[in-house]
Ligand binder design. Structure first.
Ligand SMILES: *[C@@H]1O[C@H](CO)[C@@H](O)[C@H](O)[C@H]1NC(C)=O
Ligand SMILES: *[C@@H]1O[C@H](CO)[C@@H](O)[C@H](O)[C@H]1NC(C)=O
Length: 333
């Protein structure tokens, strides 16, 4: 009885153990959570593998795309590719890595990526004895366009340029450069948005000053994935009305002229005032002199007339005495 019980327990234990180990060792299909990004014309690898790895050579490997009819992008079974079971859109554009298949790597190489390839791809292993036979992967196709530069407006100094670029993924950054490769400060941050396909477009402005050859570059880049597109523009020199230096120079000139003008006016006023003052002084001096002379004249006239009286009344009085002692004259009468 005890022995049978023991055997029963062991059997139960063994049953659970085998269930756990098969559960743990179950091979599943593994893809990639992050989207795969490709540019139009690129060759791209869509990752998919078995984990833990077992050979996939004897499995059926089916790559499908959602919304495609027939949905087969690539079909491998009986140890070889089956192009007759494949959507014509993908003829001669797909392949598996044959040496990698042995290691359970069922990644698909897709060549000459087209905008219409964007979407969800399924890596499906129907022959796998597993609960996870599929993996879904998103392919994003970035149709990177050449940035387009346009001249927006010619300001009193400098020229405003605009740069537009669309069809980017992930989000790009935009920078402006002069002909020496120096980064120019943009007029505000780059405006970015997404289109209906989820691709980013970018727009930026810059105000540029006259340089040696007026060549400027708009560069749109995705540093993380090493993508870059740039466009150059040669701004006609006559669009630059005034350089900043010329404007500053002109301002200084105008200021100096103003200062000179004000100084001249002040100096003129000052000298005018002084001349007026001197003239007034001279006038009053002359007036004083005149009145002094008049006084003297009248005094002389008085003196001239007095002696006659003196002479008539007193023969002893000399006219000269009378003149000198005019006040005494009448007294002596
Ligand atoms: C599968 O093979 C491709 C092509 O050789 C390779 O790029 C990729 O890293 C491999 N994946 C794994 C999980 O080994
Ligand atoms: C402008 O000058 C830079 C060097 O300063 C030169 O590399 C570039 O080719 C020139 N561009 C034009 C259009 O002359």
């Amino acid at each position: 009885m005890n022995i049978l019980d023991g055997i029963g327990s062991l059997l139960v234990l063994y049953f659970w153990f085998s269930l756990i180990t098969t559960g743990l060792s179950q091979t599943v299909v593994v893809g990639q959570k992050e989207p795969v990004v490709a540019l139009v014309g690129d060759d791209v690898i869509l990752p998919c593998s078995l984990s833990p790895s077992i050979s996939a050579e004897d499995q059926t490997v089916e790559w499908q795309r959602t919304g495609l009819d027939p949905k087969e992008v690539h079909y491998y079974t009986d140890g070889r590719d089956q192009p007759d079971v494949q959507n014509p859109l993908y003829w001669e554009r797909t392949s598996l890595f044959k040496e990698e298949l042995r290691k359970g790597n069922m990644s698909l190489l897709l060549t000459g990526v087209k905008p219409t390839d964007a979407g969800y791809f399924t890596c499906f292993v129907p022959t796998l004895k597993s609960t996870v036979k599929k993996s879904v992967l998103k392919l994003i196709v970035g149709a990177v366009s050449q940035p387009v530069i346009s001249i927006v407006v010619s300001k009193d100094y400098g020229v405003v340029l605009r740069c537009d670029s669309g069809g980017w993924y992930p989000e790009p950054e935009m920078i402006w450069l002069d002909s020496d490769g120096t980064v120019l400060p943009a007029d505000g941050p780059t405006e970015t948005g997404t289109d209906s396909e989820g691709l980013y477009n970018a727009r930026g402005h810059v105000t540029v000053q006259k340089t040696d050859n007026n060549t400027f570059t708009c560069r749109v880049q995705q540093q993380k994935i090493n993508h870059m597109m740039e466009t150059q523009i040669n701004v006609p020199g006559d669009l630059f009305q005034w350089s900043r230096e010329a404007k500053a120079g002109l301002t200084i000139c105008v200021l100096i002229l103003l200062v000179i003008l004000v100084a001249a006016v002040l100096a003129g006023l000052y000298f005018n005032m002084r001349r007026e003052l001197t003239r007034k002084n001279a006038d009053s001096a002359r007036k004083n002199a005149d009145s002094a002379r008049k006084n003297a004249d009248s005094a002389r006239k008085n003196a001239d007339s007095e002696p006659a009286d003196c002479y008539l009344t007193n023969a002893n009085v000399e006219p000269s005495d009378c003149y000198l002692m005019y006040s005494d004259c009448n007294l002596t009468v």
